[in-house]
Design a binder for this molecule. Structure first.
Ligand SMILES: [Zn+2]
Ligand SMILES: [Zn+2]
Length: 87
C-alpha cells in the first residue's frame, strides 16, 4: 500500500490541480469497497465531497454530476434546474 501511494504521488505531481473535478480526484479502493482514495494525498475517505474541500476550499461541487461552482447558491440553482428529481 505504501509503495502504491508513493508511485501515485509522483505520477500526479505534474498535473495542474485546478483542472480536477470531484470525480477525477478519487479512485476506487477496491471492487467491494465503496470508499475512495484521494490521488493527491493518498488518503482513503468515505465522503469524497468533504475531502475535496480540503484541497479546493471555497468550491462547491454537484453531487450528481461533475459540475463545480465557486458559489453555493449557484450550485443550488444548478441542482434545482439540472437535477429536479433529487433537489
Ligand atoms: Zn486528498
Ligand atoms: Zn449537477
Amino acid at each position: 500500500m505504501f509503495v502504491l501511494n508513493y508511485l501515485r504521488r509522483i505520477k500526479y505531481t505534474s498535473i495542474d490541480m485546478k483542472c480536477y473535478k470531484v470525480s477525477q480526484l478519487f479512485e476506487r479502493v477496491g471492487q467491494m469497497d465503496e470508499r475512495r482514495q484521494c490521488i493527491l494525498c493518498g488518503k482513503i475517505v468515505s465522503n469524497t465531497r468533504n475531502h475535496y474541500y480540503v484541497h479546493f476550499p471555497g468550491q462547491y461541487s454537484c453531487s450528481y454530476c461533475p459540475a463545480v461552482y465557486t458559489r453555493s447558491d449557484t450550485l443550488l440553482l444548478h441542482v434545482r434546474t439540472k437535477h429536479p428529481t433529487v433537489a
